[in-house]
Design a protein around this ligand. Structure first.
Ligand code: AMP
Length: 184
């Protein structure tokens, strides 16, 4: 299964993706984690994306799509994956659909986790130890970027009849059950 976990920063995509890895027996594919690793290891990609990531803005579509294309080619992703943090623009969604179509594959499920802004801000501020982009000013930027560039991705998948929305407020277990119900 190729599952997209969608939602604003702080919605809990990463937490749920990690739990679902075991439940669904497919790996998480987090573009944010991949960029953070690249930065930590000071790879050429890491050097390239560090400033933009720290600012709370988005890395260019081309760089992200190339990275995802390379990743899903690996054997461990052959049976599917849980995308977390991708696609984040309509252009990325279109490029991803085209990439999958070429491979004779498709997105099987798209789950949007809905959490109001005030709750997101509280969660992100509390998480804000150790992540350069979890400071109050960067959080503001990231939420604005989400509204402008990422929120339209939901409409894109809704138009294709593939999107489900779930309430992202509740315990980790409750939210996991809602996701599992949505992808049944
Ligand atoms: P995340 O961990 O998903 O919140 O991602 C952290 C940061 O990595 C974002 O604020 C972006 O700078 C960058 N990033 C992650 N995924 C993407 C993506 N699909 N498109 C563009 N930038 C991304």
């Amino acid at each position: 299964m190729r599952l997209i976990l969608f939602g604003p920063p702080g919605a809990g995509k990463g937490t749920q993706a990690k739990l679902l890895e075991e439940k669904l027996n497919i790996p998480q594919l987090s573009t944010g984690d991949m960029f953070r690793n690249a930065i930590k290891n000071q790879t050429p990609l890491g050097v390239k994306v560090k400033a933009i990531m720290d600012s709370g803005q988005l890395v260019s579509d081309e760089v992200v799509v190339d990275m995802v294309a390379e990743t899903i080619d690996k054997a461990e992703f052959a049976n599917g994956y849980i995308l977390d943090g991708f696609p984040r623009t309509v252009a990325q969604s279109e490029a991803f659909d085209a990439l999958l179509e070429k491979r004779g594959e498709k997105v099987d499920a798209f789950v949007a986790m809905e959490v109001p802004d005030d709750e997101l801000i509280t969660r992100l501020v509390n998480r804000g130890q150790g992540r350069e982009d979890d400071t109050p000013d960067k959080i503001k930027v990231r939420l604005a970027v989400y509204q402008d560039e990422t929120a339209p991705v939901l409409a894109y998948y809704e138009a294709k009849g593939r999107a489900k929305r779930i309430n992202g407020i509740g315990s980790i277990e409750e939210i996991q059950s809602r996701i599992l119900e949505a992808i049944k």
